[in-house]
Each structure stands twice: as structure tokens, then as C-alpha cells.
Write a protein that binds this ligand. Structure first.
Ligand code: PLP
Length: 382
């Protein structure tokens, strides 16, 4: 397992929360406009879309935790991804992890394709496939790590080295793994993107996104897009996102331990070939994960014999909730066909083996024994 990170950094961020009174949590600044005693000297904050102290606190904390020069917070993970796609021009081509979340594919197909951005979905953990998908127009690689829903793991250092050799920008969507367990920028990526709606917020009550850039040039371009397009995170939500960071390590540890226990139990019940969790030795990415990450995370996926078995299973669950989303304190069972991958066509889902038999679990902070008991009773034959 790669080197551990200190929890302290998640609690004490480099930006002092309150310079005026010394409050130990960042105050929420709702002001949209700031008085300028000398308008010829540009102030740090003048207008809320362009900059806000509460948002800035969260952005700085994220930049520090991901090892970048600047963080930029958005109203959702999709707004953050959209800002990333807006870096490109008509005619550019992107390589994107094949099993990425449906929203990424929806915005690329429904919006950016209309503006002439083309995309090839490719297994970013397969360098031969990457090389054959690359064209003269390829400008960037977007890696989703883990891939969704089967939790494939891309070697970020290898992809970054290959991409930089060809002059390509590398972005990693680190939502599933979090800065607690993996830092793509230190592995070689240029930009890291998060849906902070998930583990960072951590309580299923916040919609937010963030991008961190390693290089001042990309940071400047992304800031221009953030300010020009305006999809910024609100001060109240920036406060919640920063608060979520403080407890991310303890939540990730508890949830990952639960995920490991549940995955081992499921593997015994269903066979290792039907359970996808990087903490299982049977998972193809197990060793890569040990080299690149500091843990295996809270997500797992499994297959039941058919859709009828899935229907019976979800109908009987008593502890776990059923729905879209992940990363909260409560266990959430999602059906990729209906939830995270609903934006794909039937053909796309079939090609990715995402059928009605697939179940994805975001393991929460419940006692692992209670979860296993819940799953056991829900899977028991009538
Ligand atoms: C990996 C990943 N990235 C980005 C997003 C989009 O985030 P949001 O729902 O906050 O817009 C999601 C949403 O599920 C996601 O799973």
C-alpha cells in the first residue's frame, strides 16, 4: 500500500479560516459585493462570482490536499467537468475512460459533440487500446478512477507518462477514491476533478464539484472559465464541503472497513467472479491499487443471477437505502442500469455488460455486521 497521509491536513487547512476574529471554522460570507475604499487598487474580493472567502477556503484546502496550485469550486461535479471540457476547441479529440459515469457521457454527447469535440471511450488501463485510439487531434485523456461500476483501476503514472510524451493533458476524476486515498497530481496528472457531492460532502446533503490544477497556466484558464461561465459553488455549500473534508479520513476508514467485510462475505456467497472490489485479491486491479492508493475505498459492485433476483433483493433491504448517489454516511444500493448509467443507450450498456443483474453499493458507516445481516436476509430465498 502506498505511503499514508496525515489526517491533520484534512482538519487544518493552509488558509486561515477567519482573519478578522479568529473563528476556528470558516465563516459563511454571503455578500455579493465588497466595498472598495480605493477602487484603483484591485481588492482580493470584489464580486461573489469572481471570488468569495468561504469558497476560497474550500478551494485552497482542496488544492493543498491534492497537491495542486489552485482549486476551483463549482455548483456540482458536472459543472466542474464542464469547465474542464470547455478548455478544448472544435476539432479536438478526447480519450475518456470507457466505464465512466453516465453524466460525463451525457454532457459529451448532448452538449460538447455539438460544438465539435469528439470522444473515444477506451479502457484507460489498457495502453495498447489507448495507443490505437489516439489520433492527431487528441488533446487530452480523462481517466475516471475507479471506473464505474466495475472499479477498474488505471495506472495514473503510466498514463501520464505516455500522454505527456504525446503532448496530451491528463485529467483524473478522483471522486470515487478521494484525496484521502489517492492523489492523481502527485502521480503525474495535470488536473483532478471531484464531485464533492459524494465522499467529500459525505452526508448526502450537498451538491458540489471541484477542480484542482497542478500548473498555474491551467489554473488560470480554469479560473477564467469559472468566472466567465459562472457555475460557482455557493458560500453555504462551500462551508459544508470544507466541513466534510475534516471528517473525510475517519469516514473513509470506517466505510472502507465495512466495504472490505461486505465484499468478502459477498465473494463467499456469489463467487469471486461476481464481486468487484479492489480489496479482494481476486480483483484484477488489486496489486495496482496497492501500489497507487492508500486503501480500497467504500464502493463495491456485484452481480446477482438475474434482474428478478435483484428486484427481490432491493425490495427486502431494511438497513441500506436504494437510490442514485454514493459517498454518504448511510449505505446506498444503486442499480447502474436505472441510476448512474441511465444516460447510456441500451446498446452502450450491453457493450459494457451493465445489465439488470448488476448492483453497486456505496458502503456507509453502519456496523459491518449489521450490513452483512441485512444483505443476508435480503438475499435469502423465499
Ligand atoms: C465519478 C463522478 N464524477 C462526476 C459526477 C457528477 O457529479 P454531480 O452529481 O455532483 O454533478 C458523478 C456523479 O455521480 C460521478 O459519479
Amino acid at each position: 500500500m502506498s505511503e499514508s497521509t496525515s489526517d491533520t491536513r484534512f482538519i487544518h487547512h493552509r488558509e486561515t479560516p477567519d482573519l478578522t476574529h479568529g473563528a476556528i471554522v470558516a465563516p459563511i460570507y454571503r455578500a455579493t459585493t465588497y466595498h472598495q475604499p480605493d477602487p484603483w487598487q484591485p481588492p482580493l474580493y470584489d464580486y461573489a462570482r469572481s471570488g468569495n472567502p468561504t469558497r476560497h477556503h474550500f478551494e485552497e484546502a482542496m488544492a493543498e490536499l491534492e497537491g495542486g496550485v489552485r482549486g476551483l469550486a463549482f455548483a456540482s461535479g458536472m459543472a466542474a467537468l464542464t469547465a474542464f471540457f470547455l478548455l478544448f476547441e472544435t476539432g479536438d479529440h478526447l480519450l475518456v475512460t470507457r466505464d465512466c459515469q453516465g453524466g460525463t457521457q451525457r454532457v459529451l454527447r448532448g452538449v460538447f459533440q455539438r460544438f465539435g469535440l469528439s470522444v473515444t471511450y477506451v479502457n484507460t488501463d489498457d495502453m495498447a487500446a489507448m495507443e490505437s485510439a489516439r489520433t492527431r487531434k487528441t488533446a487530452a485523456v480523462l481517466v475516471e478512477n475507479f471506473s464505474n461500476p466495475f472499479l477498474r483501476i488505471t495506472d495514473i503514472a503510466q498514463v501520464s507518462q505516455w500522454a505527456h510524451h504525446h503532448g496530451l493533458l491528463v485529467a483524473v476524476d478522483n471522486t470515487f477514491i478521494t484525496p484521502y486515498l489517492q492523489n492523481p497530481l502527485t502521480l503525474g496528472a495535470d488536473v483532478v476533478v471531484h464531485s464533492a457531492t459524494k465522499m467529500i460532502g459525505g452526508h448526502s446533503d450537498l451538491t458540489a464539484g471541484v477542480i484542482v490544477a497542478k500548473d498555474p497556466l491551467w489554473a488560470e484558464r480554469l479560473y477564467f472559465i469559472q468566472n466567465a461561465c459562472g457555475g460557482v459553488l455557493s458560500p453555504d455549500d462551500a462551508y459544508l464541503a470544507a466541513r466534510g473534508l475534516s471528517t473525510l479520513p475517519v469516514r473513509m476508514r470506517q466505510a472502507s472497513a465495512g466495504a472490505q467485510a461486505l465484499a468478502e462475505w459477498l465473494s463467499q456467497q456469489l463467487g469471486p467472479q461476481n464481486v468487484y472490489y479492489p480489496g479482494l485479491a481476486s480483483h484484477p486491479g488489486h496489486q495496482r491499487c496497492q501500489r497507487q492508493m492508500r486503501g480500497y475505498g467504500q464502493m463495491l459492485t456485484f452481480r446477482l443471477p438475474n434482474q428478478a433476483a435483484v428486484q427481490a433483493f432491493v425490495g427486502r433491504l431494511k438497513v441500506a437505502s436504494v437510490g442514485a448517489g454514493f459517498g454518504g454516511v448511510e449505505t446506498i444500493v444503486s442499480l447502474p442500469e436505472l441510476h448512474c448509467h441511465a444516460a447510456l443507450t441500451v446498446e452502450e450498456r450491453t457493450a459494457r455488460a451493465i445489465g439488470g443483474d448488476v448492483v453497486r453499493v456505496s458502503v456507509g458507516l453502519e456496523e459491518p455486521a449489521d450490513l452483512i445481516q441485512d444483505f443476508e436476509q435480503a438475499m435469502a430465498a423465499d
